[in-house]
Design a protein around this ligand. Structure first.
Ligand code: ASC
Length: 150
């Protein structure tokens, strides 16, 4: 019985920890807010590097690597907020009716992000500039297809 009580307590603790991560959104509006917040942060951390890529600001390799490290985590976030049943916001219905295409666009973005991380970590400006441009293209392809009012 002692062992059972321990296992039951351990299971309860696991459930308490796991629940917030699995049952993320009680209402569709919360998912919409979450994905919009994620996209806003991605836009901020991506956009702030544009002047560097365009050679309008100096290339600080360490600062870029640090920012891309943050961006790499942010890049993984919004997608859970596009769960079925959360249609709305600035997203076209096609993101759900063409779920395969939308997932492909997500995968392409994350692949481009992986290459940007490698380039930023290398400290090489030209590698960074090319990889930055490719991430930007993947943003635009997805926005053109699935975001309203581009
Ligand atoms: C950004 C931002 C986007 C993308 C896109 C890239 O900084 O907010 O939506 O880059 O413009 O083409």
């Amino acid at each position: 019985m002692k062992k059972f009580a321990f296992l039951a307590a351990a299971a309860a603790v696991c459930a308490a920890i796991a629940t917030p991560a699995t049952a993320q959104f009680a209402k569709p509006e919360q998912a919409i807010k979450y994905r919009q917040a994620g996209m806003a942060l991605i836009g901020s951390h991506f956009g702030r590097m544009a002047p560097v890529a365009k050679k309008e600001a100096p290339f600080d390799a360490a600062a870029i690597a640090k920012n891309v490290e943050v961006l790499s985590v942010l890049a993984t976030l919004p997608w859970a907020g596009f769960a079925p049943g959360t249609e709305g916001g600035d997203t076209k219905a096609e993101a759900w009716s063409d779920a395969k295409g939308f997932k492909q666009a997500e995968d392409d973005f994350l692949a481009a992000m992986g290459k940007l991380k490698t380039a930023a970590d290398s400290g090489d400006f030209d590698a960074f500039r090319v990889a930055f441009g490719n991430v930007g293209k993947s943003c635009k392809i997805c926005h053109d297809a699935y975001r309203k009012d581009n």
